[in-house]
Write a protein that binds this ligand. Structure first.
Ligand code: HEC
Ligand code: HEC
Length: 269
């Protein structure tokens, strides 16, 4: 005992203890670091799910059920995936308000961080389409012409040839696609909201979705560029017909009035 305390008082004792402690910490770190990182990711993920669950309980459970199983006021969310949540909440469709033919877009009330948490929670209920990454939805370098072709065969019957949208049956409508972000366009194709069919990667691979996004961005981009003259709102035959009626007939009437006025004048003199 005497010996130990004597040694402890040795001037180098503190340094030795410090070195031993450092070595131990370093060793422990080396042993546990890789596992630690994976664990940190897992913890972050379960934290997001936990936070999402709380947001869900307040904002969504009344219609979609406490465990996402659905109620008479809203469908089951088991297996809809994070992409569906990101689309529905990110475009302001959810949380829904009044019942109606179609849930409309509204002001988005959650931050993107909260939307991610809600999405993490819903994704934890059952596997479904995953929110795409920025790289997946980036239309840079995509084939616009092919996108136009794909759009005309798959989307134009509802959204019109330039994505202006249009009415469907029973008070439903396909919205105008102008200003919709590439991510939300991608997610709409992945998940098929409401009366829109879904275009999963198995039938429409990532590259084709990118081509379509590039096409939509192109037709909605530069308003001053329209190959056939004035765009007339891009609504097709209806507005073009209206244009012909108003301007064409207007011009005819003007000519008739002019001719009549001149004949009258000619008679008088
Ligand atoms: C007032 C009731 C109501 C509330 C509140 C509500 N929803 Fe919905 N939700 C609906 C209805 C109804 C639909 C189905 C719309 C349709 O497809 O016609 C729906 C559809 C969805 C879908 C699409 C499901 C699919 O099959 O693709 C998602 C995702 C969703 N809701 C998430 C949420 C989230 C997340 C919240 C909370 C932030 C929420 N909802 C709040 C009523 C509600
Ligand atoms: C059968 C008709 C139909 C077809 C075909 C269709 N859609 Fe839709 N689309 C809709 C309807 C209806 C909605 C609105 C759904 C909602 O509000 O939940 C919609 C919504 C969208 C939205 C969301 C727009 C917004 O304002 O948030 C995008 C993007 C979209 N569609 C893109 C496409 C693309 C791209 C295709 C072709 C690959 C396509 N749609 C094919 C009917 C259709």
């Amino acid at each position: 005992m005497k010996k130990l305390s004597a040694r402890r008082r040795h001037p180098l004792a503190a340094v030795v203890v410090l070195l031993l402690a450092l070595a131990a910490t370093g060793g422990l770190y080396a042993a546990f670091a890789p596992a630690g990182k994976a664990q940190a990711d897992e913890t972050a993920q379960s934290l997001a799910i936990e936070e999402g669950k709380k947001l869900y309980a307040v904002g969504c459970a009344s219609c979609h059920g406490t465990g996402g199983q659905g109620t008479t006021d809203g469908p089951s969310l088991v297996g809809v995936g994070s992409a569906a949540v990101d689309f529905q909440v990110g475009t302001g469709r959810m949380p829904a308000q009044q019942p109606g033919a179609q849930v409309p877009k509204k002001k988005v009330i959650y931050s993107q961080a909260e939307i991610d948490q809600l999405a993490a929670y819903v994704a934890s209920l059952g596997a479904g389409p995953i929110t795409p990454t920025d790289k997946q939805v980036d239309p840079a370098g995509a084939d616009v012409a092919n996108g136009g072709e794909l759009f005309r065969t798959n989307c134009a019957q509802c959204h019109n040839f330039t994505g202006k949208g249009g009415a469907l049956t029973e008070g439903k409508y396909a919205p105008d696609l102008e200003g919709v972000s590439p991510k939300h366009i991608y997610e709409a194709m992945q998940t098929g909201p409401q009366s829109m069919p879904s275009f999963p990667d198995t039938t429409m691979p990532e590259q084709e979705k990118k081509d379509i996004i590039a096409y939509i961005e192109t037709v909605n981009g530069d308003k001053t560029e329209s190959p056939g003259g004035l765009a007339l709102g891009g609504l097709g035959p209806v507005s073009e017909g209206l244009f012909a009626w108003i301007f064409g007939l207007g011009a005819l009437v003007a000519v008739a009035v002019w001719v009549a006025a001149h004949t009258a004048k000619a008679k008088k003199s």
